[in-house]
Write a protein of this length. Sequence first.
Length: 417
Amino acid sequence: MDRKVPTFATLGCRLNAYETEAMREMADAAGLSDAVIVNTCAVTAEAVRKSQKEVRRLKRENPTARVIVTGCAAQTEPARFSTMPEVDLVIGNTEKMRPDTWARAVIGDTEPVLVDDIMSVTETAGHLIDGFGRHRAYVQVQNGCDHRCTFCIIPFGRGNSRSVPAGVVVDQIKRLRDRGFNEVVLTGVDLTSWGADLPGTPRLGDLVRRILRLVPDLPRLRISSIDSIEADPVLMECIAVEPRLMPHLHLSLQAGDDMILKRMKRRHLRDDAIAFCEEARRLRPEMTFGADIIAGFPTETEAMFRNSLALVEDCGLTWLHVFPYSPRPGTPAARMPQVGGPAIKERAGRLRAAGDAAARRHLDALSGRKLTVLTEGPRLARTETFAEVTFDVDQPEGALLNVRLGDHDGSRLTAFA
């Protein structure tokens, strides 16, 4: 009788998606059958609720399957999931990346909750999956976070910062390039902290430079979200002189008002963010920025919010991820005076509108230009600055194509090969 392949569901960040693929390989190697694995997110209280909702939905659709819950919400709130009648097993973030966990799950040799103290973990092994998707590959180089922003629960789901050694990263990227990947994305929870726990305390820029030197046939290297205040001099040099490092950075800014930034326990001020964007764009004029911004953080007044709204123009941001604040139990911000729900919703809407306008301006500037794009599907691709483009005829997936860009609909450009 054929084995019923497990069903996986992923919520939250790109790192979670990467780890789901690693779990898929381990579960398959162990022979796991007729199971549903939900890789949860804990970034907001709403994310936890969505994770629970996904568990219930998948159990309804797979009534005979065992339900295994893992990820950040399982790590931070194991009791919440272990008491759900739909759930058979709760696995922590460390345990989910161990092959023996999945081998034990197959034979039923486990307690119903396998969640250890994430803060005791001191190493992050490179999860040596050979990419996922057919267009770009993601390589986890770091996990955890040593910072304690007042709104964030993630350090308690991921643990303290720990790095994958540079040699392991380079070897994996070489394998990915041998498999035909034209773009690799470096990912982690707090990417700019990479190297602090390694011998010699290298910095992220050292890793980027080493990758580009030792994998000379890799056409594109991309960096995921960074903390701009921690960008090191070598990284800035790479931005200036390395054309294979993509001119797009997603910044963890969170707010544009100094008082709110202090209450968030961030490590930068408004002027720091503006100065970084100005310097990066001076070094690389085509540089574009995405950014995370929270609307309605506790104690935020209308004037404070306007400072965050103005940051879109002052930093020249293009791609916004707007997060309406929701209190996360167990964080200091949850105990601060809260902003009313209607005000949060209204401010988030204004931020999104500003982001949409900025994106349209960027697409206007690209229209009519000849550029190289990476195809993500038969009729979808992205520019180096991460703008989406569409084709009217099928293209090979994962290919680098020289195209002329046409008009756009406000979110995507048309492209002609």
